[in-house]
Ligand binder design. Structure first.
Ligand code: CA
Length: 493
């Protein structure tokens, strides 16, 4: 099996209607690039139907099969196309990783009479004493599905909070009063805003045993519909840690112990992430948010950024086996909610730092390989056109990962701008010398030892046109262009 490399096969603005088909069409080329795992977007019906990116969960059992929310298909296509996409990945030896949004539901079918208490949106631990009788969208009957696959009806006992009530008509954060939790939010969640259980929509009440069993049933059911090699768990900081500890364990018991599970716990502080990993018995990996922010900062600062500090405070430097490293995703791309995109000039450096090093499981973002163009409303209220260019050397970096990212890693992070690392190779696999600069052109003196005496090296990325020849001891000066990266490999191997 190739080295694990995840590909996020979508972005926020993926074209409507065709993604599942595109997965089938591109499966062979991704496999050839060494992609081992493909992260697919949420496959089930969201509240906004065929417009939904998938994070507004409506019906987990509608994989583009039922006329619900104005459409049979999801944004990505109909169920048959989804099944075909998963099969195409498996046929190419790749693993489908599915995006699962269990924190909330949206687009309820009916309102119910509820009792709520108002909550201070800035400090969710401040819950009013006063009980308000109102109506809320908390009843999900899925009329288009008519009980197929599951007869479970979600109601006010299945949720801990809402952000909208009627009669009186108000928006805000409301704690739903029911028999669960004694009026308090779910614990073991992020402590931002006091308690970050509530994010949006109707917030799922995991302490309701029936809900818990339904979500386990859904996981088992889902794995019977399509190949499941893993999950990307959305909004983990808003879900009690004990739930995913149980749920992931249950999925591994019933689907397979090899499941690849990565959770989105969007927090840059490694101590917070480390604490969360302990709570879930280290059964999963987390995205390296801190490293992503370092990339973002570096791309904005240019030569002012000290490259020696690149991995400071990152998850990959402290818990590499639990770190999924990324350069951008559907939330950080321009005009999205966590926008902190990495400038295009820096992406080759960032990708070299996640693809060619020993630590972490790298995740490649669709627009960086295939490009993206879209229009959305910017902060100033005006429409803005965004072009995310293809990162030209990315496919070459993916090949380099498979061919040359082998053996011991030696870092030469001794200069604020020009840094390098060596992969020494193994007896059977070649290594490489990676040199990069966020400032002017430069070079690095590298001692590769007598195995590489009087040897010629070329830049596998083709950024630098010269040859490097080592001396009789295997030493040489390996250059890089300014604001660029070179991957030096033996010309004769
Ligand atoms: Ca929650």
């Amino acid at each position: 099996m190739s080295k694990r490399t995840v590909f996020q096969f979508f972005h926020w603005y993926s074209q409507r209607g065709s993604l599942w088909k595109e997965v089938s069409e591109r499966a062979a080329e991704l496999a050839a690039l060494g992609i081992s795992d493909v992260w697919l977007p949420p496959a089930y019906k969201g509240a906004s139907g065929a417009e939904s990116v998938g994070y507004d969960t409506y019906d987990l059992f509608d994989l583009g099969e039922f006329e619900q929310k104005g459409s049979i298909a999801t944004k990505y296509g109909e169920r048959a196309a989804f099944e075909a996409a998963c099969k195409a990945l498996v046929d190419q030896g790749m693993r489908p990783i599915h995006d699962v949004v269990l924190n909330h539901k949206m687009g309820a079918d009916e309102m119910e009479s509820v009792v709520v208490r108002r909550v201070n949106a800035d400090d969710r631990t401040q819950i009013d004493e006063e009980e308000v009788h109102a109506l809320a969208y908390t009843r999900f009957t899925f009329p288009g599905r008519e009980g197929k696959y599951s007869k479970f009806i979600w109601d006010k006992n299945c949720f801990s909070g809402v952000d909208l009530i009627e009669k009186p008509s108000e928006t805000g954060v409301f704690r739903l009063m029911n028999e669960y939790g004694e009026g308090q939010w779910n614990g073991e969640v992020d402590d931002e805003l006091g308690n970050f259980d509530y994010l949006m929509g109707a917030d799922v009440e995991f302490r309701n045993k029936a809900v818990y069993e339904e979500l386990k049933f859904w996981g088992r059911w889902f794995a019977e519909q399509v190949p499941v090699a893993g999950f990307r768990l959305d909004a983990a900081k808003h879900i009690p840690a004990w739930f995913f500890k149980d749920w992931v364990g249950h999925m591994r018991d019933t689907i397979g112990t090899e499941l690849f599970v990565v959770a989105e716990y969007w927090h840059p502080d490694v101590a917070t992430l480390s604490n969360y990993l302990e709570l879930v018995d280290k059964q999963l990996k987390l995205f390296d948010v801190a490293l992503h922010h370092r990339f973002h900062d570096a791309s904005k600062a240019g030569a002012e950024f000290d490259m020696r500090t690149m991995f400071d405070g990152s998850l990959v430097s402290s818990l590499p086996d639990h770190s999924v490293t990324l350069v951008d995703n559907h939330d950080t791309q321009p005009l999205q909610s966590l926008e902190a995109t990495v400038e295009p000039w820096f992406k080759p450096l960032a990708y070299a730092l996640i693809l060619l090093r020993e630590q972490g499981t790298p995740c490649v973002f669709y627009p960086d390989l295939y490009g993206a163009e879209y229009i959305d409303v910017a902060e100033d209220g005006n429409q803005q056109k965004v072009e995310m260019p293809t990162i030209g050397c990315l496919s070459r970096l993916l090949e380099a990962r498979q061919q040359f990212a082998n053996g011991l890693q030696v870092d030469i992070f001794d200069d604020p701008n020009v840094v390098a690392f060596i992969r020494q190779g193994t007896e059977t696999e070649p290594g490489c010398v990676v040199v990069m600069s966020n400032g002017n052109a430069g070079q690095k003196f590298v001692d590769l030892g007598p195995d590489h005496s009087n040897a010629a090296f070329i830049d596998f990325l083709g950024h630098h046109s010269s040859h490097v020849t080592t001396d009789q001891h295997g030493r040489g000066e390996f250059p890089t262009n300014g604001g660029s990266v070179s991957v030096w490999v033996r010309a004769d191997r």
